[in-house]
Design a protein around this ligand. Structure first.
Ligand code: HEM
Length: 385
């Protein structure tokens, strides 16, 4: 068999290729790309939890890495960075942001529904996460356009393979972003506000991060938190529009909202796969992987593993698959999961209270990234309640 994650047809629909991998070659070696691929739920979780053999230091994407970050370091560096950030990302700490996230979501939903719909991605799925992160980082309203540009460019850098001109623009953006946050951090050391950076540098909260680590962390929040959450919202609405009986179940019982978010994450995982590199020769399912090899870990396939989830290719809002791996597993388990879950749930609740029926109203365009799965255009008509 031949599995090529970069093939446009595979990107458009990776799920049949995943099934073949799980059945015929659960630990697959791509001669063409020189990396290994694990696809079954049990193997994906085993690799993710074994950070002593499967390291993140060679980078988890195919991306260009501006600076070392929490997501691309191993213990003990990882332990230190994670401990500092974790206290501001507990479900409880994240709940404190609820009213502000709710205001942002409600404002955007009100105008979208008043227009009867439109392209959901630029109007809702994209501005929600970026608005939330700008608010959390305390970026004032007048700086929001710069912030958006830096954020877009930083995410462009992830895909790699940029022409020299774009590459220069992107690097300039990342530099400006770093400069901006360096200044912001200095200001907040003198005059703390109620934003995330102020909380992270408040000595009353215990050990704090250095300025460099804080800037890297702000960049990581953009890269890790924006496109992923945009993809969750887009994939969720697409699944609901194409499975109207599931939308009806939600309308009849809105307490299913959290379960529906988990099912959307399982069914169409915003991150389909990331990489690890082997530090030593290691065995997975009886196959020996030598040291210094890249291993692709397919969260998106684990979440469709028929050994784990019956009828895995159906989107079922009552399934509540709490043990899915869309947020990863082990020490790098998504730090922002409570925030993404809250954004998803507030969005879906807002939708249920305003909309009777969702109809597709034009061509759905998928994104073309082999690692991140989402939609770039989702024209919908919302029939108001
Ligand atoms: C639906 C949306 C999201 C999905 C599907 C997602 C998925 C993931 C996954 C799979 C990982 C683990 C990467 C690995 O194993 O190497 C991860 C890590 C991370 N995510 Fe998320 N994420 C989402 C939203 C967010 C948000 C909103 C934030 C923050 C604002 C965030 C911040 C992070 C950070 C900082 C890490 C690194 C954690 C570490 O290395 O210890 N994510 N995310």
């Amino acid at each position: 068999m031949n599995y090529n994650p970069f093939d446009p047809e595979t990107i458009a629909d990776p799920f049949s290729a995943y099934r073949n991998l799980r059945t015929d070659a659960p630990v697959y070696r791509s001669e063409e790309h020189g990396f290994w691929v694990v696809s079954r739920y049990d193997d994906v979780t085993r690799v993710l939890r074994d950070h002593e053999n499967f390291s993140s230091t060679a980078g988890v994407g195919t991306e260009w890495r501006p600076v070392p970050m929490m997501i691309s370091v191993d213990p003990p560096e990882h332990t230190h960075l994670r401990r500092m950030a974790q206290r501001e990302f507990t479900p409880r700490a994240i709940n404190e942001w609820g009213p502000r996230v709710s205001d942002l979501v409600d404002g955007l939903l009100d105008s979208f529904v008043a227009n009867g719909g439109g392209d959901l991605v630029p109007n809702l799925a994209y501005p929600i996460p970026i608005g939330v992160i700008a608010d959390m980082l305390g970026v004032p309203f007048e700086d929001r356009d710069d912030f958006k540009r830096w954020s877009d460019d930083t995410i462009d850098a992830l895909g790699g393979g940029l022409d020299p001109e774009t590459s220069l623009r992107v690097e300039t953006s990342v530099f400006e972003f770093a400069q901006y946050f360096m200044n912001a951090i200095t200001q907040r050391r003198d005059a703390p506000g109620d934003d995330l950076l102020s909380m992270l540098i408040d000595p009353a909260n215990g050990e704090t991060l250095s300025n460099n680590d804080l800037v890297s962390f702000a960049i990581l929040l953009l890269v890790a938190g924006n496109e992923t959450t945009t993809n969750l919202i887009g994939n969720l609405v697409l699944a609901l529009a194409t499975n109207p009986e599931q939308w009806d179940l939600l309308k009849a019982d809105p307490s299913l909202v959290p379960a529906a978010i988990e099912e959307a994450l399982r069914f169409d995982s915003p991150i389909q796969g990331f990489f690890r590199n082997t530090l030593k020769e290691t065995e997975v399912r009886g196959v020996t992987i030598p040291a210094d090899q890249k291993v692709m870990v397919l969260y998106g396939s684990a979440n469709r593993d028929e050994r784990k989830y019956p009828d895995p290719d159906r989107f079922l809002v009552q399934r509540n698959p709490m043990d899915h791996v869309a947020f990863g597993s082990g020490i790098h388990l998504c730090l922002g999961a409570p925030l993404a879950r809250m954004e998803g749930a507030l969005f879906l609740k807002g939708l249920l209270s305003r909309v009777e029926r969702i109809e597709l109203n034009g061509d759905v365009v998928r994104t073309h990234n082999p690692l991140l799965r989402g939609v770039s255009h989702l024209p919908v008509r919302f029939v108001a309640r």
